[in-house]
Design a protein around this ligand. Structure first.
Ligand SMILES: Nc1ncnc2c1ncn2[C@@H]1O[C@H](COP(=O)(O)OP(=O)(O)OP(=O)(O)O)[C@@H](O)[C@H]1O
Length: 436
């Protein structure tokens, strides 16, 4: 490595700031280094252009060559290595948005002119208690951030365990109604005979067991939000009454003569396909259209396997455990399972493993399409490598299929650098004829 040459190039740095390097974690967390075209050294030595006060970083750790739209990062034979997506690299072309790790320090490359936008985008890695880094979840978060502060009713669709409850609560919390009540009615959990009274309330004597007046959910949610979970379970005969509530904000208690005006927002959720329920005559078309004005879909976990590591880290963090609490082997196993019970099932398995140890990992059947399986009779290191290789191959195949072989799209969807993606595709011989 020719440090003199680097110094000459460094002096040649000129022009406008092209990008910034933001320190996301480690002792220098929060620091931002503007990068102009030219060469920078990164390391612990005070003579480096970007000094990191991290014991696990070498004195001269990394060299960055900043170009117009990309940066070439070269490891300077560092002791602990430079990593991207958990893979060690010696030289890598970095595109804006990418995160690299040196020691315990994570560094993110952000284009200067969109710094503000990037911060906003990264804040979309979560919405309330929901986390997710996949493109699909980020899109859902962007939509949710926009619609939550408004007053319009919302329909959340998603399979069981995809976070519909958490999503409804976060919408309430991020709305001007957050100081008001959040009233939940699980329509699948209330006996059909009681749903009417639960939703609309009743007056004394309206039916045999009505011993006093009772306000229904809509009234109880005054100035707040009503969450109608499993709205598809609402009996057909009650559906016109819900429509009236949505359209006129008026409710009449069972047995009462007059309507009362209510001021609340309705957030409804369903795991069934309501359009199909409409065609089957189980759900009123007018009610569906009224409910579906603002629709958010939470994708199943099998369609966003890249969220699995993020969710696992989040689960470990919320229970006060370090990321190392789960071995790479267990992580690889969890990452290749299709999770029919979605995030709830993943959370249950992670909790089980945390409490009982990794031996308690249930026998997760691998996806029918997947070729990844644990080969227990091999030496540990080899078995682990094969498992990870299998996961990478399955993941990439699925990614390419989803993106119809378009590499740029695949790189965006998987949120991995295009050059790195191409390298992975080459490694797994999946690159034939793909140049898009
Ligand atoms: N994106 C997410 N981030 C973090 N945790 C999540 C996420 N999605 C779901 N969970 C976890 O999964 C659990 C189940 O989520 P939730 O009850 O919101 O799902 P649901 O879609 O409402 O399921 P159901 O249809 O069965 O009621 C939550 O308690 C939470 O721990």
């Amino acid at each position: 490595m020719n440090l003199d040459a680097t110094a000459t190039l460094t002096r040649g740095r000129a022009g406008q700031v092209k990008m910034v390097l933001k320190v996301l974690s480690g002792p220098d967390s929060g620091k931002v280094h503007p990068l102009k075209q030219g060469v920078y050294t990164v390391g612990k030595a005070p003579t480096c252009d970007i000094v990191l006060d991290d014991k696990a970083v070498s004195r001269q750790h990394l060299r960055l060559e900043v170009h117009d739209e990309h940066v070439v990062a070269t490891d300077l034979d560092s002791h602990n290595g430079s990593f991207c997506e958990r893979l060690r690299f010696t030289s890598l072309e970095l595109r804006p948005g990418i995160v690299i790790t040196l020691g315990t320090t994570e560094l993110k490359l952000i284009p200067e002119d969109t710094r503000e936008r990037s911060v906003l985008l990264s804040s979309k890695d979560r919405f309330g208690a929901l986390v997710g880094n996949s493109r699909k979840m980020r899109e859902a978060f962007t939509l949710l951030e926009r619609l939550a502060p408004g007053g319009a009713d919302v329909l959340i669709q998603g399979e069981t365990g995809t976070g519909k409850d958490l999503c409804a609560e976060a919408i309430h919390q991020q709305s001007p109604r957050k100081k008001g009540p959040f009233v939940i009615v699980d329509l699948a959990g209330v006996p059909p005979t009681l749903i009417e009274s639960e939703l609309f309330g009743h007056v004394k004597g309206a039916f045999t067991s009505a011993q006093g007046d009772r306000a229904g959910a809509f009234e109880r949610a005054q100035n707040g939000t009503v969450f109608l979970d499993e709205v598809g379970e609402l009996p057909l005969e009650l559906q016109p009454r819900l429509l009236r509530v949505l359209e006129r904000r008026q409710v009449k208690r069972v047995g009462a003569n007059d309507y009362q005006t209510v001021n609340m927002r309705v957030v409804a959720a369903t795991h069934v396909n309501l359009e199909q329920a409409v065609t089957q005559g189980k759900f009123r078309r007018d009610l569906f259209h009224r409910l579906a004005v603002l629709r958010v879909s939470l994708p199943p976990l099998r369609e966003r396997p890249e969220d699995i590591p993020v969710l696992i880290d989040h689960m470990l963090q919320t229970t006060g455990r370090p990321p190392s609490a789960l071995s790479d082997q267990t992580r690889a196993l969890l990452a290749q399972y299709p999770w029919p019970g979605n995030v709830r099932e993943l959370r249950n398995v992670v909790e089980q493993v945390m409490n009982l140890g990794e031996e308690a990992l249930p026998d997760l059947e691998s996806s029918s399409e997947g070729s990844t399986k644990v080969e227990l009779d091999l030496p540990f290191k080899e078995a682990k490598e094969r498992l990870i290789e299998g996961f990478e191959r399955d993941y990439l195949k699925n990614l390419l299929e989803r993106c119809e072989g378009n590499i740029s799209r695949a790189s965006r969807e998987a949120d991995i650098d295009r050059v790195y993606l191409k390298k992975l595709l080459r490694k797994h011989e999946l690159d034939a004829g793909r140049e898009t």
